[in-house]
Ligand binder design. Structure first.
Ligand SMILES: Cc1cc2nc3c(=O)[nH]c(=O)nc-3n(C[C@H](O)[C@H](O)[C@H](O)COP(=O)(O)O)c2cc1C
Length: 316
């Protein structure tokens, strides 16, 4: 069985983490992943504190296994959401869109484990010294908000720069990706897009279908001019957004134009005018499967690959 330091740290069976995902990382997906031996993570997005508390309670009803919560540091409710997470004593916290150092001591004080998502070596080192228990190194292949460095280049550099366990994210969709991440020195993987195309995920079927139809070059990055680049499937919305950016629209204009688009795309299934967050790995995903099957196939494939690597001849 594939066991790593991340399995011990979070008390999970498999080194597979479901990335926190706004709108679609809800109790249905989170409990399915945790029940299958991975780590499910609630995506708190920009949701209000009462919704976050409700999701925590619902998840506890669906699983007795560990699960985590992703806190969006850019959320207008971030402070109240943090209070909810502290009161509810969720076992594991991951963070997106910023640096959580100010909040780490309070989490640690009551034994909550903190695993920030980073896109640079500098931030990984900084957050290790601020007390993070592990780091997710997320490459720019990922769906959602991204940095500038690829997973292949970022992960080994982060691994070499910190002592705490590193989890690789971005562009991982099967056992080959898991085996590759472990070869780069990661102790596990965080996966987003592949889990959107699971039976349990509440994402709209038309959005899931768009991921299934995608190929290697179907995603596009918008928002470079706002400082918050976002990867999603190319559609009418991204074309209009990029045209506005090219024409020099201000951040305020772009924010207004982009308002509510994620819910529209991910949940309402408006595949033209809604935002369809997706990573570059979309082209590899051909079937909607139950979470347990996705995880078991990924582990089995990675184990076979690792066992077969010894067949490569070393030396003359
Ligand atoms: C639909 C969707 C929503 C996401 N929302 C968030 C989020 O709210 N917070 C966050 O830190 N990351 C978010 N992410 C990133 C994922 O947690 C994960 O790190 C990423 O998807 C990994 O790359 P992959 O899509 O290639 O697997 C999101 C990704 C997707 C596809």
């Amino acid at each position: 069985m594939l066991k790593t330091a991340i399995c011990d740290l979070f008390d999970i069976e498999h080194p597979i983490i479901q990335g926190g995902m706004a709108h679609v990382g809800t109790v249905e997906l989170v409990s399915a992943v945790s029940n299958a031996g991975g780590l499910g993570i609630i995506g708190s997005g920009y949701y209000e504190p009462y919704w976050v508390r409700q999701q925590i309670h619902l998840t506890r009803q669906q699983t007795s296994k560990p699960f985590g919560i992703n806190i969006q540091l850019a959320s207008p409710f971030v402070k109240q959401v943090i209070e909810v997470v502290l009161e509810e004593q969720v076992a594991i916290v991951t963070t997106g869109a910023g640096t959580p150092e100010a909040y780490i001591p309070r989490f640690k004080q009551i034994g909550i484990k903190v695993m920030p998502v980073v896109n640079s070596v500098a931030l990984a080192k900084h957050l290790e010294s601020a007390g993070a228990d592990a780091i997710v190194a997320e490459g720019m292949e990922s769906g959602g908000h991204i940095g500038e460095t690829t997973t292949m280049a970022l992960v080994p550099q982060v691994v070499d720069s910190v002592q705490i366990p590193v989890v690789a994210a971005g562009g991982i969709g099967d056992g080959r990706g898991l085996a590759a991440a472990l070869a780069l020195g990661a102790q596990g993987v965080q996966i987003g897009t592949r889990f959107v195309c699971s039976q349990e995920c509440i994402a709209h079927p038309t959005y899931k279908q768009k991921i299934l139809e995608a190929h290697d070059r179907s995603t596009v990055v918008t928002g470079y001019t706002t400082g918050l680049p976002l990867r999603s499937l190319q559609n009418s919305l991204t074309e209009q957004y990029l045209a506005l950016e090219k024409a020099g629209a201000s951040k305020e204009e772009l924010d207004l134009f982009g308002q509510d688009r994620m819910h529209m795309g991910l949940i309402e299934g408006d595949v033209d005018d809604g935002s369809l967050l997706s990573g570059q790995i979309a082209g590899l995903i051909k079937e909607i499967k139950p979470v347990r099957v996705i995880i078991e196939e990924m582990i089995a494939e990675a184990e076979t690959i690792i066992a077969n690597l010894k067949n490569f001849q070393i030396g003359g």
